[in-house]
Design a protein around this ligand. Structure first.
Ligand code: NAD
Length: 472
């Protein structure tokens, strides 16, 4: 056990600080330089974390629901009280500018409180003179939670808030690209959560597969790419672990001709580029009606040219770097390919030379089958696509293996709702974007996921139904 220095955060296993025997590097993406290291959990560390979570499970499960809710409320206060310190760690490892990083920490605290508004239902499926049949919801057991680097804290708390409230215990693994904020949070929560209820371990690429193969887990809750989701589903099959998969998206926004361009342009822009476009539910294909196409394209390009992109530690930066080198290379490759194919690439303003920065980039009406349209870029390149009729745009929007979310923009709300019902996605926003609440499920349709998070549906994913037949 060691006391932590500024960024030398331990893992939290069974209520203990554990430094581990090996390290991984953590890079500041605004500089492209290693600024910290984190524990690289080995099989023995994982075994210890699973053992601790298993040992804590009976006690936490037996803790009254209201008491668990209270404990999570206390955890929310710890996040809020330490939001400035956590935001700084977040920005240094993730890249997102400080003010927005703090929003994520406070958002996670809000989730811990918001989930507490749910209660677990008991369904009575029969109540006759002979018997009463009750269906209770019981926790699944020990959950392996695996999260990505784009929202490393909020997406962790989407899992923690539901799973712990429902009475499960957890071993959580942040992304190797962004381990520090969650390691620090677990350390801060040592005084609040009973030992073993939440264990946080970090590690390199080997750790995720080690977790999904571990027989000590009852459920895997995963957020990340569709490719990894498929591997996890295969791995979970060996002993039929329950799974929830929140995967990739290629969300379409449909902009009808009656919108007020001055009113919507900036919100549309942020819906695509917030967090440097590294959001599962970001607009990744923007379908604009032909009557307003040129005018809206020019407005969006105007915004791309003036929006400040820079180191998140500098005041005034609105957009940070791409979070990691492989992703930077991938998105840069898409940008280069678009140019090589002779597509019209509309580049944003200048970006710093150092670090993983890319200009906020639009592609002017590329062919529907180009990679920039069909693939999830997950970086600052957005195709603008021209359409002329509702039937045509609905068909094009639905022509994707993904089905995460989408948006319709129009002054005619009835028409927008009618279009929303025709989109094959788990969420549709009308005249808004990037919205999610603790009370509302986010469910990936098609290859965007299995199951859902948030809302009562999300809470129930961390439970199993248990029927009890009671004679009278
Ligand atoms: P990723 O799939 O590469 O990694 C996600 C996590 O899985 C990381 O912690 C990683 O270490 C781990 N991992 C990688 N391979 C594994 C394996 N074989 N077994 C177990 N764990 C493994 O995803 P990423 O690049 O970190 O995140 C970006 C992707 O996440 C995008 O596709 C994005 O759309 C998606 N995402 C989805 C949601 C959602 O709610 N649907 C939210 C955010 C991000």
């Amino acid at each position: 056990m060691t006391e932590s220095t500024e960024f030398d955060f331990p893992m939290t296993i069974g209520g203990q600080r554990v430094r581990g025997s090996a390290r991984i590097d953590v890079v500041n993406p605004a500089l492209g330089e290693v600024f910290a290291t984190a524990p690289d959990a080995q099989q023995a560390d994982l075994d210890a974390a699973v053992k601790a979570a298993r040992a804590a499970f009976p006690g936490w499960k037996a803790t009254a629901y209201n008491e668990r809710r209270k404990v999570l409320g206390e955890a929310a206060k710890v996040l809020t009280a330490n939001a400035d310190e956590l935001a700084r760690i977040f920005t240094l490892e993730q890249g997102r500018p400080l003010a927005f990083a703090k929003e994520e920490i406070l958002g996670a605290a809000g989730w811990l409180q918001g989930m507490g508004m749910h209660s677990l239902p008991v369904d009575v499926t029969e109540d006759t003179d002979e018997r009463r049949v009750e269906v209770h919801r019981v926790p699944v057991g020990v959950v392996a939670a695996i999260v990505p680097w784009n929202f490393p804290v909020l997406l962790a708390f989407w899992k923690i808030s539901h799973a712990l409230l429902a009475g499960n215990t957890m071993v959580l693994k942040p992304s190797p690209f962004t381990p520090l904020a969650m390691l620090r949070i677990a350390e801060l929560l040592l005084d609040v959560l009973p030992a073993g209820v939440l264990n946080v371990i970090s590690g390199g690429d080997a750790l995720g597969p080690m977790m999904t193969a571990h027989p000590g887990f009852d459920k895997i809750s995963f957020t990340g790419s569709t490719a990894t989701g498929k591997r996890i589903m295969a791995s979970a099959a060996s002993d039929l672990k329950r799974i929830t998969l929140e995967l990739g998206g290629n969300d379409a926004a449909i902009i009808m001709p009656d919108v007020d361009l001055d009113e919507v342009a900036q919100t549309l822009f942020m819906g695509a580029f917030y967090n440097t476009a590294q959001i599962c539910i970001a607009t990744k294909r923007m379908y604009i009606h032909e009557d307003i196409y040129d005018a809206l394209r020019d407005k969006l390009h105007g915004l791309a040219k003036v929006m400040p992109v820079g180191d998140g530690m500098n005041e005034g930066s609105v957009f940070g770097p791409v979070q990691n080198k492989p992703q930077y290379e991938r998105v840069k490759g898409l940008m280069n390919e678009a140019r090589e194919l002779g597509l019209t690439v509309l580049e944003g303003g200048p970006v710093p030379d150092k670090g993983y920065f890319l200009p906020l980039t639009l592609v002017d009406n590329p062919p529907e089958d180009s990679r920039v349209v069909t693939e999830e870029a997950f970086g600052p390149i957005l195709p603008l696509l021209k359409f002329s009729s509702v039937d045509e745009v609905v068909e094009r929007a639905n022509n994707s293996e993904y089905g995460l979310a989408g948006a319709v923009w129009s002054k005619d709300i009835d028409q927008a709702v009618a279009i929303a019902h025709r989109l094959d996605t788990g969420t549709v926003w009308i005249n808004q974007n990037l919205q999610s609440t603790p009370m509302t499920p986010l469910a990936g349709h098609k290859q965007s996921g299995i199951g859902c998070e948030n809302g009562l549906h999300g809470l129930l994913e961390f439970t199993l139904p248990k029927a009890i037949y009671i004679p009278k």
